[in-house]
Design a protein around this ligand. Structure first.
Ligand code: ARG
Length: 409
């Protein structure tokens, strides 16, 4: 994605180098016309020409733009359960436009969108890249693949209203075909539903829903195409099978056993655990149309997921930052940092999950995830020190994407 048409220099009081964990005073970050960082110098001594635009972010701390590996830009927290049936299909793309802006203004300059109908996320990505709307870099998955009657099929309807999502796969053969189909129409990540879920109606939250063979077929096919696979999985058997199948990132991971955590650590499988969600879901209850069935399932996994997170961090499982925004309001993504610290991470570990690790898990560590020469100048500015108070990340004062100022307070 191109940057501005001219080069720029970004300065501020300090920046957090996420690789070393050290704070650097008075950085001057030089950005080329292609939006990539060309040099990092000391603003007190270095000089620059008039042709470069000077973006002075003042008495603030700079960090790399944040990466949320699990969002649904075209979903709304306030529309739950059957309420969604009231809206026409294109409504979801329309609200996705607003959500994309809210998300980048909250400091998330890259998101992986793991599931949206009708390739809505591919359209958002194209509109953002074309400069028509404002939003983060998007790695779109398009439709999420899953079994008939599973978490990614549409449940909760009688047989006379039978609806089969175009992303249903019931054999390894179908899995391969659907990965190719998604890729053909712009998916740059694949999402599968390996187990049941909280918000799907009529299934059991922990039960495995795709076979090892089906997941292997997805992983092989996606990897052949050069794209990575994310698996929604709450139950231990499903998580384990997904790891063994070679899935790149496992989402939710609520009920993983110690044995499975050990396997994940050995295989270097990434875990994305949305441990903020539970607070919002239980606090809102049925107010936004969420079915009691979903609330009951949430109560069954919410606390267990946080405890699993704590065990996973101790077991050395590699962690990325994924919130499932869309289940709760877009723009609140950074609230999860405090949960991650509460449940066993240091602030720098949590920040690395949302920067360096996200970039590596996406295979984009040459492009994003750090303020470093060669990478895009995706940079946020906050007040204060996030290493002593990680909730500082909930208030982002300025956002730069590819050297272009998106927001400044
Ligand atoms: N999309 C997920 C599901 O329906 C959300 C789970 C949210 N709950 C949680 N404790 N993380 O299963």
């Amino acid at each position: 994605q191109a940057g501005g048409s001219r080069s720029s220099v970004i300065t501020a009081a300090r920046m957090l180098d996420v690789e070393s964990g050290k704070t650097i005073e008075h950085p001057a970050i030089f950005v080329g016309a292609d939006g990539r960082i060309t040099q990092i110098a000391d603003a007190r001594t270095v000089r620059w020409g008039r042709d470069a635009e000077h973006i002075d972010l003042g008495e603030r701390t700079l960090l790399p733009g944040l990466i949320d590996m699990h969002v649904h830009l075209t979903a709304l927290a306030e529309v739950g359960g059957y309420q969604g049936l009231r809206y026409t299909d294109s409504f979801w793309t329309a609200v996705g436009v607003a959500n994309a802006r809210t998300t980048i203004e909250a400091g998330f300059t890259t998101v992986r969108n793991v599931g949206s109908a009708n390739f809505e996320d591919v359209g958002l990505k194209q509109a953002i890249e074309g400069g028509y709307i404002i939003g983060p870099r998007i790695i779109p998955a398009g439709w999420a693949l899953g079994a008939t009657g599973g978490h990614c099929d549409s449940g909760g309807l009688p047989p006379s209203m039978d609806r089969k999502e175009p992303s249903v796969i019931d054999s390894p053969e179908e899995a391969r075909r659907k990965v190719r189909w998604l890729h053909k129409y712009g998916a740059r990540a694949i999402k599968i539903c390996a187990t049941g879920g909280v918000f799907s109606l009529g299934d059991s939250v922990g039960a495995q829903q795709l076979t090892l063979e089906e997941m292997k077929a997805v992983a092989e096919e996606a990897h052949m195409l050069g794209i990575k696979v994310a698996a929604h999985a709450h139950g231990d058997e499903g998580i384990r099978a997904a790891i063994l199948a070679g899935i790149d990132t496992i989402e939710h991971c609520s009920l993983a056993s110690d044995e499975t955590l050990k396997l994940a650590a050995e295989r270097k499988t990434w875990f994305a655990m949305d441990i903020y969600n539970d607070d919002f879901i239980l606090a809102t209850g049925t107010a936004n149309g969420t079915e009691q069935e979903s609330l009951d399932k949430e109560k069954a996994i919410g606390l267990a997921q946080r405890q699993t997170f704590q065990r996973a961090v101790k077991a050395g499982v590699r962690m990325i930052f994924g919130t499932d925004a869309g289940i709760y309001p877009h723009g609140d993504n950074a609230r999860q940092f405090a949960k991650m610290v509460e449940w066993g991470m240091t602030p720098i570990q949590a920040i690395r999950a949302a920067t360096l690790n996200g970039a590596e898990a996406l295979g984009m560590d040459g492009d994003i995830g750090a303020i470093a020469v060669g990478r895009f100048a995706d940079i946020i500015a906050i007040e204060g020190d996030p290493l002593t108070d990680v909730t500082r990340l909930q208030h982002v004062a300025a956002v730069v994407k590819g050297g272009v100022l998106i927001k400044r307070e």
